[in-house]
Design a protein around this ligand. Sequence first.
Ligand SMILES: Cc1cc2nc3c(=O)[nH]c(=O)nc-3n(C[C@H](O)[C@H](O)[C@H](O)COP(=O)(O)OP(=O)(O)OC[C@H]3O[C@@H](n4cnc5c(N)ncnc54)[C@H](O)[C@@H]3O)c2cc1C
Length: 413
Amino acid sequence: MNKILKVGIVGTGIQGISNALFLLKKGFEVTIFDRNEPGSPTASYGNAGHFSPYASVPLNRPDVIADVPAMLLSSSGPLALKWNYVHKMIPWFIKFINNSTKKKMMHTAKNMHQILDLALPAYDELFQEIELQGLVENKGILYIWNEKDLKSRELEINIRKELGVKQQLVNSKEIHDLEPKIKPFYHGGVYYPYAKHARNPKKILLKLFDLFLKKGGKFIKINIENIKFNGDKPILKTETQNYFFDKVVIACGAFSKRLTDNLNENIPLETERGYHVHFKDCDDLLNRPVIFSNRGFGISPMEQGLRVVGTVEFGGLNNPISKGRIKNLINNAKYMLGDLPEHADEWLGFRPTLPDFLPVIGPSKNHKNVFYCFGHHHLGWTLGAISGKIISGMIANENTNLNLDPYSSKRFS
Ligand SMILES: Cc1cc2nc3c(=O)[nH]c(=O)nc-3n(C[C@H](O)[C@H](O)[C@H](O)COP(=O)(O)OP(=O)(O)OC[C@H]3O[C@@H](n4cnc5c(N)ncnc54)[C@H](O)[C@@H]3O)c2cc1C
């Protein structure tokens, strides 16, 4: 009989847990490490809960670059900078600009579409083993806009059309029929009836984690400091201990760079900081998540109330929460829905983002037994299950029809 291979995973976000469950299915012995308890307030806890398989149009695109100065100057806009971090961001910004040509944008869109298209079926494989009890809603996701920046909306619609993404354009009346409580500031929108949303991402994550434990997976709450090697076999090192494995997966979201730097791979991972607040007991104001495209924020009805989510703030992992960004979300929510009660739960989370807006999914450039699964930016919740399925197939040496080269870390060498 073949020896059962031991796999260590760093990170219990949606990426780490999805990797772990698919690896268990394939018969590996799996241990996950995290310095926090599963379900702690990292990105996989506080996101907008969208399962959005249609969202292949990336942010690295010519129209976004042209709009950046205006967005930075607008207090109602989606973009912000922590000025003390700008100098650290410059190399990333240069790479981002270089990746924003029409050709590179289409490369990203096509390769995001490849995995997004498989995202929901991959979740079905995990969700059939847990009781979701109303935690995932099938009411679609709605985007609305006013008459500003119509060229950007047109670009998005055309790219999705080219890729074969199903989309339903809606007029003001149809938007009102879908969401009668939104103030009528909008002129048009797009509706994705097949998209789903989580009413409580944390609860779903914990249910998947419990399934992992029930199936024999092990969890160790500890910070991984470094990765060393015994021959070509990886060792996860903590302050006091060494853990030996046949393979390891780094799934630390925006915090992955410290470990990949230690492996001598200079992967340009940065964070797009994002925020949420809740308006408790208001979730009956919306039937489904609604995103106001011009202002780059969204509101999702959740168990905690209405979760208002948004902002792309460049400021690294250590800067404190920006009160201005919280205010921006509150004002935007009131613009959309009118009077709302006092908000609760000011949360800051870290989207892990590469300058070409493709994730890193695959083996390390320098170490064949180390795998990477991070950098899923705005779509890491949607892409959890499919990314875990892909990595588990790689570790099991299975053949695939997918072209996985675009997600390799080698693209940065
Ligand atoms: C405001 C906001 C809204 C979003 N909305 C959506 C959405 O609607 N739909 C969507 O698809 N995506 C959304 N996203 C993106 C999505 O949430 C993230 O891409 C995804 O959660 C990243 O998951 P992850 O598992 O890679 O990382 P994380 O969830 O950040 O988990 C990483 C884990 O690694 C652990 N860790 C890090 N370093 C170490 C170490 N050295 N040792 C031990 N443990 C370590 C951390 O403690 C953490 O638990 C949103 C993100 C934000 C911020």
